[in-house]
Design a protein around this ligand. Structure first.
Ligand code: SF4
Length: 356
């Protein structure tokens, strides 16, 4: 007898992990089974995260001017994408942007810089910023995303108060060398491993729509599971003009939803974050996707505009979810049992990143 998606969810809830074949079945579900997929993945989401949505806010510390050649990236060497390019923000500007995100309802601030990896001086600069943010907002979670790390840098960031470190594996090992040639998949895994060893929370995810096969998407998800990534940002390729992927449009809203659901089935208790490309690719299915994913970025992304922060918060409220940490504390296992509306938001929509 064929296993239904609901039976698959029950099996996972009973302690039997999803297999690669299960993940493929989710990815390849017919569109007329989409609501069954969402309902089943939603059971896993609610078990571990209740009705909460974690809201993250990006501060782009340094933009463009990168020597790496990640083919999907508007900031890469050789990209002619029309983006803002600047060297490090000063500490006051970084603090002002972080504060705007926190006023908008974010509980995690992601401090991101372009480049292959930081120098020790860069790490010191970010450490100072983190100290200043934490002094004013001790409850805030800070995730740094500065590229490939050298020995000792993860520990330095941890000691400065950084909670998590983002470094995406982006795609399957078997597909990696077709999307970038200036560093290897092993380089990326090495940084995620260093982060975990230093006691930081690993945040590592992927980009869908890079010409990968279904099997390679599954391969990437199982790699993230093996790396014990605590948060998994799922990006959907935004094909920027001026990059090698400028004409690559492989994704549909239902496909994106199935990718998120697949991530939930494979990593049921991990933070699944809808990241770049949410508005462009999920479009009117964004709200439905909150039943599968439990985390979003508020407002803008690194070099593109997201939908206005207030619209994001309204979408969360309208669909019966609450912003994690806004008005209620999460219950055991991250769940929030109270359905407290998240209206009365302060200052949402005022945050603006210097993104083109
Ligand atoms: S993804 Fe990061 S390392 Fe790669 S080109 Fe863009 S900024 Fe540089």
């Amino acid at each position: 007898m064929t296993t239904t998606f609901d039976q698959l969810a029950s099996r996972i809830l009973d302690g039997t992990p999803a297999t690669a074949d299960d993940a493929l079945a989710v990815l390849r579900a017919p569109d007329d089974a989409l609501l069954d997929v969402v309902a089943a993945a939603g059971r896993l989401r609610r078990r571990h995260f209740g009705n909460t949505v974690k809201v993250n806010y990006l501060v782009n510390l340094k933009s463009g001017l990168c020597p790496e050649n990640c083919n999907y990236c508007s900031q890469a060497l050789g990209s002619t994408a029309d983006i803002l390019k600047y060297k490090w923000l000063d500490t006051d500007e970084a603090l002002a942007q972080a504060a705007a995100g926190l006023r908008g309802g974010a509980t995690r601030v992601c401090m991101v810089s372009s480049g292959r990896g930081p120098t020790n001086k860069d790490v010191d600069r970010v450490a100072d910023m983190v100290g200043a943010i934490k002094a004013e907002n001790p409850q805030v979670e800070i995730c740094a995303c500065l590229g490939l790390l050298k020995d000792g840098q993860a520990e330095r960031l941890r000691d400065a108060g950084v909670d998590a470190y983002n470094h995406n594996i982006n795609t399957a090992e078997s597909h990696h060398d077709t999307i970038v040639q200036t560093h290897t998949y092993a380089d990326r895994v090495d940084t995620v491993t260093k982060v975990k060893a230093a006691g930081l929370s690993p945040c590592s995810g992927l980009i869908a729509g890079l010409g990968e096969t279904d099997e390679q998407l599954v391969e990437a998800l199982f790699a993230l599971k093996a790396l014990e990534s605590d948060s998994i940002p799922v990006n959907f390729l935004m094909p920027f003009d001026g990059t090698p992927y400028e004409n690559t449009w492989e994704l549909s809203p239902t496909r994106c939803l199935k990718i998120l659901a697949m991530a939930r089935f494979v990593c049921p208790d991990k933070e699944i974050r809808i990241a770049g490309g949410r508005e462009m690719h999920l479009r009117s299915l964004q709200a439905l996707a909150l039943n599968v994913a439990n985390s979003i970025f508020l407002g803008d992304y690194l070099t593109s505009e997201g939908q206005a922060a207030e619209a994001d918060l309204e979408m969360i409220r309208d669909n019966g979810f609450v912003v994690l940490g806004a008005e209620t504390e999460p219950g055991p296992d991250g769940a929030n049992s109270q359905h407290t509306p998240t209206a009365r938001r302060r200052g949402a929509g005022t945050a603006a990143l210097p993104n083109a």
